[in-house]
Design a protein around this ligand. Sequence first.
Ligand SMILES: *[C@@H]1O[C@H](CO)[C@@H](O)[C@H](O)[C@H]1NC(C)=O
Ligand SMILES: *[C@@H]1O[C@H](CO)[C@@H](O)[C@H](O)[C@H]1NC(C)=O
Ligand SMILES: *[C@@H]1O[C@H](CO)[C@@H](O)[C@H](O)[C@H]1NC(C)=O
Ligand SMILES: *[C@@H]1O[C@H](CO)[C@@H](O)[C@H](O)[C@H]1NC(C)=O
Ligand SMILES: *[C@@H]1O[C@H](CO)[C@@H](O)[C@H](O)[C@H]1NC(C)=O
Ligand SMILES: *[C@@H]1O[C@H](CO)[C@@H](O)[C@H](O)[C@H]1NC(C)=O
Ligand SMILES: *[C@@H]1O[C@H](CO)[C@@H](O)[C@H](O)[C@H]1NC(C)=O
Ligand SMILES: *[C@@H]1O[C@H](CO)[C@@H](O)[C@H](O)[C@H]1NC(C)=O
Ligand SMILES: *[C@@H]1O[C@H](CO)[C@@H](O)[C@H](O)[C@H]1NC(C)=O
Ligand SMILES: *[C@@H]1O[C@H](CO)[C@@H](O)[C@H](O)[C@H]1NC(C)=O
Ligand SMILES: *[C@@H]1O[C@H](CO)[C@@H](O)[C@H](O)[C@H]1NC(C)=O
Length: 471
Amino acid sequence: MSPILRICILFVLFWNDKCINSSASLRGVPEWDLLFQKKSNQHQSFSGSPPIHPPRPGISNPLPPGGLSKSPSSKLPPSNSEHTPLAVVDSDAAFTLYHGRNFKVIQNLIFNFSYLLIQQGGDPGARDWNVNISVFQDPLVNFTLNTNSVVGFLELLGCASKLRGVPATFGSASTCVSQLIVQGTIPTFELEGDLFDHDSSTAKPAFQALLGSSNEESNLQNQSNFISFDAWSDRGPLQRAEWIKFLASFFDMEERANDVYNKIQSNYQCLNASSKGINISKPSVAWMTYSMASGIWTFSKESFKLQLISDAGGLNLDSYNMPSYFNMSIQSDVDVFHSVISSLDVVIDETHSTDPSEYTLDNVLASANITDSSNFSFLANKRLWRYDKRVGINNALDWTEGALAQPQIVLHDLIEVLYPSPDGGILDITYFRNIANGESVVNSTLAACPRTDLTSPLVPPNVFLHFHQSS
Ligand SMILES: *[C@@H]1O[C@H](CO)[C@@H](O)[C@H](O)[C@H]1NC(C)=O
Ligand SMILES: *[C@@H]1O[C@H](CO)[C@@H](O)[C@H](O)[C@H]1NC(C)=O
Ligand SMILES: *[C@@H]1O[C@H](CO)[C@@H](O)[C@H](O)[C@H]1NC(C)=O
Ligand SMILES: *[C@@H]1O[C@H](CO)[C@@H](O)[C@H](O)[C@H]1NC(C)=O
Ligand SMILES: *[C@@H]1O[C@H](CO)[C@@H](O)[C@H](O)[C@H]1NC(C)=O
Ligand SMILES: *[C@@H]1O[C@H](CO)[C@@H](O)[C@H](O)[C@H]1NC(C)=O
Ligand SMILES: *[C@@H]1O[C@H](CO)[C@@H](O)[C@H](O)[C@H]1NC(C)=O
Ligand SMILES: *[C@@H]1O[C@H](CO)[C@@H](O)[C@H](O)[C@H]1NC(C)=O
Ligand SMILES: *[C@@H]1O[C@H](CO)[C@@H](O)[C@H](O)[C@H]1NC(C)=O
Ligand SMILES: *[C@@H]1O[C@H](CO)[C@@H](O)[C@H](O)[C@H]1NC(C)=O
Ligand SMILES: *[C@@H]1O[C@H](CO)[C@@H](O)[C@H](O)[C@H]1NC(C)=O
């Protein structure tokens, strides 16, 4: 092993002993501490474009004067309902939460939806605003879903018992939620024509709320019970995780959401390696996708992915200064594409597959027109990964469920991917599989739910880095 690679490994192991299994011995720390303190203007930070702040809503006066406050005001008469702890959102969150007397207003700033939640005895006068606002009972007693991006958050909150039905096409990779569906505790229903009909005069089930994502083409937004849950569209790993507070507001679970988010955020920042070891050569990484329909390869510029690589101590491919796609039917495109990927140490292949268990290294070699793997270090060194390791019912990926809600586990995974153990052992990688090593998918729904009560809350694990003894 080259000295540089050894240094990389050691730097990962020593950057923050709070995130390392403390019962392992940490010989040599002072030497590496010195290394960390060196400053360098070669420091590579997040190389993507700055995250775009979602537009603030253009509603000039969305709130009745004096009727709402972001925090409890002593001028307001005491609420006649039980005190509800407020969820405090970060200033750059893509949603806002307002708590009034017996009611709440939640705004989704990505797609400009506003929701009014009225508690028992709440002020119905709050409805008379000149805005498009959907009204819900607070807390919700039941709901349905058409996006599995809510599932990871439901588990952390422990409100899966209020999920009273899902469409038969719904997929989930969650061990516990999929078992609730398979055993019929969460019934399935067939969609007919206009998707989710919430009209109780029909035979179809009626739900107080339908949680969906506005990112997907559908007419769900026109339903009065639609709640647009857009964690998946948000910019950064922690901003995405913070949507637990948005969801919690509909269930009066703000306090738990704050606790869970604080825990995830501090674990994430503890692992965050991006500012450490600045004078050490970092592995070069790209997320890339092949479109089978159009025969082109593209590199991802999605900010949360670039942020994760940067925070894991990797160097993002500068895909801004190259063609936006590579047409594999054109030889010159193939040549440029080959020269770009030959510079990469690690590749994360995001190519969509309807059946991930059938997707292997051979698919990549064929679609990238690669005959000689030895010319590509990510192939020669077997560092070609995918995030479809955990697959569930209807081929749902845990990448869009647990990984969305718990970025601290994703960051831990990526550190292990970028700075592997020198003995080649792979430690505790949850969401990624290495197809260059022939690693296959795991059917995550076949394991038993680790909680006796399948609807009880999941406690987010505090993840830490292992000490690689052999280094
Ligand atoms: C921490 O490391 C020690 C020694 O290697 C091991 O026995 C112990 O199980 C580890 N703890 C955890 C939580 O992994
Ligand atoms: C970074 O490493 C190089 C090569 O080892 C060395 O020449 C240089 O002085 C270092 N820079 C800093 C700021 O430590
Ligand atoms: C939301 O509102 C802002 C301000 O009015 C507007 O610029 C933006 O395009 C809207 N976004 C959507 C998705 O409609
Ligand atoms: C509410 O939505 C309708 C249709 O989407 C639109 O025509 C109307 O201008 C909106 N009203 C406000 C106050 O935004
Ligand atoms: C959801 O709650 C509403 C209001 O309590 C009720 O009318 C409806 O039947 C419930 N739906 C299901 C599927 O439980
Ligand atoms: C949903 O509403 C939008 C705007 O209000 C409208 O343009 C669209 O046709 C509606 N879709 C359906 C399926 O009704
Ligand atoms: C990780 O740390 C770097 C350097 O301190 C910082 O710029 C970056 O924003 C952090 N990541 C997150 C998600 O906060
Ligand atoms: C790729 O190149 C082929 C051959 O020139 C062309 O027919 C095809 O339309 C191109 N595809 C794209 C997506 O540009
Ligand atoms: C793919 O690779 C083969 C052999 O390396 C080459 O002959 C062929 O022209 C390539 N195909 C394209 C479309 O470039
Ligand atoms: C691999 O690299 C060698 C030497 O750089 C070159 O001669 C050969 O054509 C390359 N093979 C392919 C398939 O690109
Ligand atoms: C995983 O197992 C479940 C049965 O528990 C099955 O319904 C599902 O299709 C399997 N998924 C995959 C990807 O094999």
